[in-house]
Each structure stands twice: as C-alpha cells, then as structure tokens.
Design a protein around this ligand. Structure first.
Ligand code: C5P
Length: 217
C-alpha cells in the first residue's frame, strides 16, 4: 500500500490478538483499531433503536450512522454486547457498510495495526504483514472469565466457555467474511505463550518484513 503500513491481526475471541495488536502499534508508531469495537458499537446503536440483531435493515441503518465517538461508548466490552455483535456481524450488508470505515482508518498515514476476524482476508487483503492468533477454547475461556470477574461481572466459567464456543461457531460458519486464516498470514498459537512472548514473536516478524522502514523505532 502506498505510503502507509497496515498490519492485520485476526483470530477468535480472547486469543490475545488485541493485546498483541496494541503492543505492535505502540512499538511501530502505527495507529491501532480494534475492529470488534465497531461491531459492538453498532450493537449498542441497534439496542438504542429498540431493534433486534436479527433485523438486518435496522442493523444496516445503525452501521451507516456509526461515528468514531461511538467506539468510546460505555459497556461495549460487556458479554451480551459481544454476543449481539457477533449476530449483527453475520449480515452481509452490515459488513459492507463497515468496510469503508475500517479502510479509511487503516489508510490514514502512517497506517495502522487492525485486529479482528476478516482484516487480512477481506478488509485489507494486501496488508503488509498478517497474523492469525489462536489458542485452545478452554484457555481463551479462562482468560475471558478472569477479565469479566475483574470487571465485576458475576458469571460461571461454564457459561463463558459455552459462549466462546458458540461465537467461534457463528464467526467461522457465517457465509460472509467468516473467520479464517489468510493464506499468507503467520499463525501464532498463544495457548502456552504469555502476552509478552507472543508480542515479541510478532514484533520480530514485523521487523524482518518491514525492518528498513522508518516507522519502526
Ligand atoms: O473481537 P470482539 O470479540 O470484540 O468482536 C465482537 C464480534 O464482532 C465478534 O464475535 C465477531 O462476530 C464480530 N467481528 C467481526 N469482524 C471483525 C471484528 C469483530 O465479525 N473484524
């Protein structure tokens, strides 16, 4: 891509892709976008309209009026908002309405590290570097459960695991832009890797590929 650098970081829920993407952004000076927050923000707009995730037209209307400030709304990380976001994300028209928002963010100099489900496959198929971050479902559920408890939510581990499996299934089996590893993505399995080790591994790969670029400090 001309003059900008885009790094795509895809993977399932709680795989560690967000932490890794934030770390890469901090170390490269690129901007960071957590694209899941876009779908979560649309979910809150749909709720505000009193509509349901199954109502494709209402979801598209909400997606079309999404503003950057909506990504700062309170409660976006709540479990039920994530679940609703995943149902909303299955509508092809919603995804189409949100692609431009993400491309605009990514192509604003100096570029961006964007994490999500379809960044390397659909939103930025020509991204400079692509990662696919995975971990076993049980380990991801443990991480998510710890995170929710730390935020004061009361929830059983078994519910979190079930929710993660359900979201994995919905995200991977949907017809439009399903979660999958791009052919040219580097896979990082964080099951037995802590966040710092995964981030260092990714940074080493970015430096190998883009090392000469001045954006890397
Ligand atoms: O990443 P996060 O869990 O916050 O994303 C919430 C939901 O938004 C995901 O389960 C997924 O269905 C959807 N999503 C997506 N494409 C992206 C990012 C998120 O479909 N690029």
């Amino acid at each position: 891509m001309d003059g900008v650098i885009v790094i795509a970081v895809d993977g399932p829920v709680a795989s560690g892709k967000g932490t890794l993407a934030r770390h890469l952004a901090a170390r490269t000076g690129l901007r960071h976008l957590d694209s899941g927050m876009i779908y979560r923000a649309v979910a809150t707009l749909v709720l505000e309209d009193g509509a349901d995730a199954g109502n494709a037209q209402a979801c598209v209307r909400a997606a079309e009026r999404l503003a950057t400030a909506d990504l700062e709304r309170p409660g976006l990380r709540d479990q039920e908002i994530g679940s609703m976001a995943s149902r909303i994300a299955a509508h092809r028209e919603v995804r189409a309405a949100l692609v431009e928002f993400q491309r605009c963010f990514g192509t604003t100099p100096p570029g961006a590290v964007i994490d999500g489900r379809d960044i390397g496959t659909v939103v930025f198929p020509d991204a400079d570097v692509k990662f696919f971050v995975t971990a076993e479902a049980r380990v991801r559920a443990e991480r998510r459960h710890r995170e929710l408890v730390a935020r004061g939510e009361t929830i059983d581990f078994s519910n979190v695991l079930e929710e993660i499996r359900e979201r994995d299934r919905r995200d991977s089996e949907r017809a439009w832009a399903p979660l999958r590893q791009a052919d040219d993505a580097v896979a990082i399995d964080t099951t037995a890797l802590d966040a710092a080790a995964a981030a260092q591994m990714a940074l080493d790969i970015v430096c190998q590929r883009l090392g000469a670029l001045s954006v890397l400090s």
